[in-house]
Design a protein around this ligand. Structure first.
Ligand SMILES: O=C(O)CCC(=O)C(=O)O
Ligand SMILES: [Fe+2]
Length: 198
């Protein structure tokens, strides 16, 4: 018997995506959201797009088991060591996914104006077919997937408070993903993406 509710397997071409809507129950998810919101040293990073500098439309923080810097979208981040809470979450995600992770990137979407543009998690430090374990706490937001070559292939998922989304196999080669803005008046969402950096 599994300790976790069975995941929903998304049927997509050229990739593998699994969704656990209630990986954490509401009570656990409430506690995690509050603690991460309060205790994380949230940073507002700059991003450079075609030579122009903008504020990233969300706040971030990076934690790891070592102090190895991590670069993406022209940002180099220096990880903090895992807190006890993040380590507990990591262990639970590792047990469910049969994977191990040494890094977690936290995103805080303060409201509906915060977002994460189309991208793939395909930095070479992540290796050939990275497994990305993505947890959601707080306000529900849509997660979009779009095939890189055939942009008519799309999937959309509302990410629950306390949910886990696993992207694996060739997903990062063939698909982009994003969290779009919304004009609704909504509260904050915290996302954690566990990764294994080589
Ligand atoms: O917020 C999310 O659900 C996605 C985050 C993401 O794609 C990333 O940090 O690479
Ligand atoms: Fe991503």
């Amino acid at each position: 018997m599994s300790l976790f509710n069975e995941p929903i397997q998304l049927t997509i071409n050229d990739g593998e995506v699994l969704y656990y809507p209630r990986f954490f129950n509401r009570q656990e998810a409430d506690i995690i959201f509050k603690q991460l919101f309060k205790e994380t040293p949230w940073q507002e990073d700059d991003i450079k797009v075609f030579g122009k500098v903008y504020k990233q439309p969300r706040l971030t923080a990076l934690y790891g088991s070592e102090n190895k810097p991590y670069s993406y979208s022209n940002i180099t981040m220096h990880p903090q060591l895992f807190s006890a809470l993040l380590n507990d979450i990591k262990v639970k995600v590792e047990e469910a996914s049969y994977e191990s992770f040494n890094t977690v990137l936290l995103n805080l979407y303060r409201d509906g104006k915060d977002s994460n543009g189309w991208h793939a998690d395909d930095e070479k430090e992540l290796g050939e077919n990275p497994v990305i374990a993505s947890l959601s706490f707080g306000e529900e937001r849509y997660f979009n997937l779009r095939h890189k070559k055939d942009k008519t292939q799309k999937h959309k998922l509302l990410l629950n408070h306390g949910s886990l989304l696993l992207m694996k196999g060739e997903t990062q080669h063939h698909w982009h993903h994003q969290i779009p803005k919304t004009s609704k008046q909504i509260g904050s969402r915290i996302n954690l993406t566990f990764r294994q950096l080589i």
